[in-house]
Design a protein around this ligand. Sequence first.
Ligand code: ADP
Length: 522
Amino acid sequence: MNDPLLVERLNASGAIFGQEIVEEMSPLMSIVVYWILPVVLFIGIGQLMSKKLMNKGGGNRMMFGMGNSNAKVYVQSSEGIHFADVAGEDEAKENLAEIVDYLHNPGKYREIGASMPKGVLLVGPPGTGKTMLAKAVAGEANVPFFSMSGSEFVEMFVGMGASKVRDLFRQAKEKAPCIVFIDEIDAIGKKRDGQMGGNDEREQTLNQLLTEMDGFEGNTGVIILAATNRPESLDPALTRPGRFDQRVPVELPDLKGREDILKVHARKIKVADDVDFHQIARMASGASGAELANIVNEAALRAVRSGRPFANQSDLEESIEVVIAGYQKKNAILTDQEKWTVAYHEIGHALVAACQTQSAPVQKITIIPRTSGALGYTMQVEEGNKYLMTKEEIENKIATYTGGRAAEEVVFNTSSTGASNDIEQATKLARSMITRYGMSKDFDMVAMETTTNQYLGGDTSLTCSMETQTEIDRQVVALVRRQHQKAVQILTDHLDKLHALSKYLYEKETITGEEFMEILNG
Ligand code: ADP
C-alpha cells in the first residue's frame, strides 16, 4: 500500500504493528537463474541439434539422414542377372563386355597404362533393357552394384542432392571395384541454362557429380553407368571426355531381337510346343523389350482365365492385340448400320493396301470393338526388318490410311467419325515427308522441322517462317487429297470385291490375311 504517512498515523493512534520480510533470491542466485541458465541451456540444445544435423565422422550426412544417398546396393549372388538374360541388344553387350573384362582383371589394363572410361551412358527408348544391361554388367563381373535414380537426388533443400552424391561416391569407393548405376540421369544432368532463378538444387547436384567424377582416377575400379532416354537434353559438361564419354545405344529390338526376347520371357511361363515365336515377333513390330515381356505375361494370364494349363499361339496373338488396342469390349453394342460401316471401313483399308505394290501384307482384320475405343482394325505385318521407306511406300501408306473413309464414301456416300485416327496418322506422315524427309519438289532438301525428342515420341518443332508454314500446310492437304483420291479410285475399280469382303467380315467379325486374299483372288 503506497501510503508514506501510514507509519506516522499508526504511531499516533497507538496501534501495535510489525513488518514481515518476504525472503527473496540472493542477487547471485538471480544472476544464475535469469542470465547464466538460459545461455547454458541454449548452447546445450544447440550442440545436441548440431550433433544430429552433422555427420559424426566427416560432416557428410545432413539433417536427420536426408543427405544419405539411400542407394540400393545389390551385391551379386549366383542368381544375379547375366548377359544371357538380356536378349537381342548384341552391340550394346559387346560394348559393355570390355568393362566386364576390365573389372575381372584390371591388371592387364593397368600394365599398358590404359584407363577405362569412367562413365558409360546407355541411351535408348524406355523399356529396351538399359537397367537390365547395367545389372548384367555387375552380374557378369561379380561386383557390387549401386543403383539410384536421378530424381532421387533432387531434394527439397539446396545442397541435399549434392550431399547424396558425395555419400554415394564415398560408399562406392569403399566397395570398389563396383558399378554405380544412375537411372534417368537427365533428372539431374539437364543443361544448365544460366538464367536467373534456375534450379539451384539440381545444378548443385550436377556440379557435385561432375566434381566427384573428376575426383577419382580412372583406375580405382568404380565404373559409372547411367541411362537416359533424352540424351540431347544432357549438359555438355557431363558428356565430355573424362566423364560420360562412352555412349552405348540401346535401341528397340529388330525382328530377331524381338523373337529372342519373347523366347527368354516364355521360359518363365508354360507355353505350347508349337508356338511360332517368329510369327509373334513379326506381329509385334516396334515393341520394346518391356512390352514383349508384358505380352508374354498377358498370354499366361489369358491361359489361366480360359482354364488351360499352358499358353498357346492364340493367347500370344491376342495379347499383342490387347497391348496394341486394349481388351475386347464384349458388351459394346453397335447398331446394324454401324457394324456395316465398320466392316466396309476396315475392308477399305485392307483392299487399298492389297491393291498397291510395296504394302505390308494384311495379317488380320477384325470388327470387334476394343477398350481403346477402336471399333475395328486391320493389322498389316512386314515380312522382315524395315529400316528405310521410299517415297512411294509412304504415299501408299497414306492411301491405305484414307482407304477406310474412302470405302464409306464410295458405298454409303457419306462419312463418319470413325476415321479420326487415320486422319491423324496420314497427316503426320504427309507432314514428315515435306518437312523432314525432303520429299517435296518445292522445298527440296531443306529441313523445316527438327526432332526434339528422338526416343520419346519424336516431338518436332518447326524451324521456318510463317509464310513457309502456310505453304507446308497447303502442300500437306494436296498430298493427302491425292492419296485419298487414289484410294477412292482403287475401291471403285474393285467395288464387287469390296462388297463381297465386307459381307464376309460382317458375318465372321474377324478374318485372317489368308481368308482375305482367297476372296480377293476369287
Ligand atoms: P529401361 O531401363 O531401358 O527402361 P528395363 O531394363 O527396366 O528398361 O526393362 C524393363 C523390363 O523389360 C525388364 O525387366 C525385362 O523384363 C524387359 N526387357 C527389356 N529389354 C529386354 C531384353 N533385351 N531382353 C529381355 N528382357 C527385356
